[in-house]
Design a protein. Sequence first.
Length: 324
Amino acid sequence: MTTPPKAASPVDFATYGPYAPKPKPGASARPGPAFPNRITADGSSGYRAEPGRYHLYIALSCPFCQRVTITRKLKGLEDVISVSAVDPMRDGRGWAFREGDGHDLDHLNGFALLSEAYTATDPDHDGHVSVPVLWDKVEKRIATNDFRHLSIDVATAFDEWATKDVDLYPEALRSEIDALNEFLYERVHNGPYRCGFAKSQEDYEREVSSLFDALDQLEERLATRRYLFGDFLTDSDVRLFVTLARFDSVYVTHFKANLRRLVDYPNLWGYARDLYSREAFSETTDFDQTKRHYFLTHTWINPSGLVPLGPDLDWTAPHNRDQL
């Protein structure tokens, strides 16, 4: 690196405002990735999987980011793909690099704001700046910020260098995993946001009903199997976990997704604790950063800026899921 790292100035809502002031009604149109490229083992996509070539920019508060970091750890790719975290606090300038507990300056490129990575890749970019970002150290540009597929690419394209033998996307189940992943994305992952960003009581009640109907279906599915597809982990389990990890601590209160709590679902709560007992899940979960991000940066939802102390949950309690 030739540019020394520099810190972004402190978060300043008075000057810059919140990053996403008043989402569109329903918030169903999540902005798509600016660089929807794929990483492949053979390089047919234009981006070949190679050890040491890529760097992940993440936010520990972001569920899409946690999906990728869980997968990276499950596969044993920590020495293959490097990673650094942005500040969970975000004003109108977007994600930024500051020193703090669990996040740091950008020692790779010296960016103060993640938007600089976007304009370094496309000088005309003026749209949404999202994480995760996979930076190509060779081409010195963003390889991809495709939040929909990046965890699968990490799970499959880097097998040559993986130190742990786990197949999160087995070929025989890919069509079923894809179908369940779409259900999880539309009904579960986006569900709390649609509740919280609803612009009318009617819209809110419709979204709450849809979300909890989906959770009810998953509760039933997990009654007879340890994981979503049986006794082995898949990409779908990784995707479901990141929503469950945020449910009671954020979504129930912040987004008013409070028909039931995670702890009210015996199978889902046990399943979530089962996953959390694995280092790949627990070591990538940061409840403090997650709560501060949502409650302090969504100022139009939580204008008081108060961060709840609770809930007081025991994620390490026995889950007994291994008996299924």
